[in-house]
Ligand binder design. Structure first.
Ligand code: ATP
Length: 312
């Protein structure tokens, strides 16, 4: 459905931001774009929406070519919706009115029903008559998502969609929103720093590094076989450690404290994480991080077991 072919883009000459990007997205499919700050996630979303002119390459949605502002006077494609980081809502009208602005005036009943449905998705029923200027940043973000969904788009582009929303609300909203998109078969591309957006909800992940696509695969495949530390570090406090002359990438849950082993380590720090502790230790002049149910005192000597079978 979406076909991104050989896309290259730069804001200034000879300084590429995206170099030769190729990928596809099917109807209803959900893609997460990840990578370090400044790698070009937002830029990619803007290009797909048609806000920027590419240097090279083409983008098609079905048989329609996505054109940039040079060739398309009103920027943005009709069948896409884009929620930017600086969502521009109308501050002096209510939450409901902001959503309704994007629905047909000719079918008031249908429009009211749809507004109610979307207020439920974003858990903002209680604020339906509140003026947007009186909302918090996170609440505005949720209204911006509902507004983008008002006229069911075929593809929704979300830039850090839950960045301003607290954890409690975020988890519930995520489950509700992504289930809603699947139910309506709306394709979605999310630019995010948050592994929780990616691991549980994306069909595919696309990881950008040094202006290129470094990985493009299912979340499970990318998480379990990260090509390099950069990729694994997007998900957890990954360890890159040399054991018997061989370097391994290991997530903290792949290192265990055991009664006996040849791998001796000394505890150097411990961080309370709620349901577990993240323990820092020194092993063979290297820093290692692992998870443990209970705390360990600094300077304690321990024996470690590295579950290298799980890593490459
Ligand atoms: N309008 C612009 N003009 C020139 N350079 C820009 C412009 N917008 C972004 N850039 C640069 O392009 C690169 C990619 O920026 P982009 O905002 O796409 O990154 P990002 O991955 O979304 O970052 P973040 O995760 O911090 O939001 C950065 O180096 C940024 O400084």
């Amino acid at each position: 459905m979406l076909k991104v072919q050989n896309i290259s883009f730069s804001y200034t000459k000879n300084k590429p931001v995206l170099n030769d990007f190729n990928f596809t997205l099917k109807k209803g499919e959900h893609l997460c774009v990840m990578g370090e700050s400044g790698c070009g996630k937002s830029t990619l979303l803007k290009i797909i929406y048609g806000l920027l002119d590419v240097d090279k390459g083409t983008i098609f949605w079905k048989e329609n070519e996505v054109l940039g502002p040079k060739e398309h006077l009103v920027p943005g494609m009709d069948f896409f919706k884009y929620v930017a980081q600086d969502f521009d809502l109308m501050p002096y009208i209510s939450v409901s009115e902001n959503i309704k602005k994007h629905l047909s005036r000719f079918y008031p009943e249908e429009s009211e029903k749809r507004t109610q449905e979307l207020l439920e998705v974003i858990e903002m029923k209680a604020f339906k008559n509140t003026k947007v200027k009186n909302l918090s940043g996170g609440q505005k973000q949720r209204v911006a998502i509902a507004r983008a969904l008002a006229k069911e788009p075929e593809l929704l582009l979300l830039d850090e969609p839950f960045g301003q929303i607290d954890n409690f609300k975020k988890n519930a909203l995520r489950r509700r929103l992504f289930a809603y998109l699947k139910e309506k078969n709306i394709a979605c591309i999310v630019a995010t720093h948050d592994k929780n957006d990616a691991l549980s909800f994306a069909d595919k992940l696309l990881i950008i590094r040094n202006h290129k696509i470094l990985a493009y695969n299912s979340p499970k495949e990318i998480y379990n076989s990260p090509k390099e530390k950069y990729v694994a570090a997007l998900f957890d406090d990954v360890n890159e450690i040399t054991i018997n002359g061989k370097t391994h990438l290991l997530y903290p849950h792949q290192i265990k404290v055991v009664e006996k082993s040849k791998e001796k380590a000394t505890i150097t720090n411990a961080y309370f994480k709620g349901s577990y502790w993240l323990i820092e230790a020194e092993f063979d002049n290297q820093k290692v991080f692992f998870n443990r149910k209970t705390n360990l005192e600094v300077k304690t000597q321990i024996n470690l077991l590295f579950d290298v079978n799980l890593s490459k």
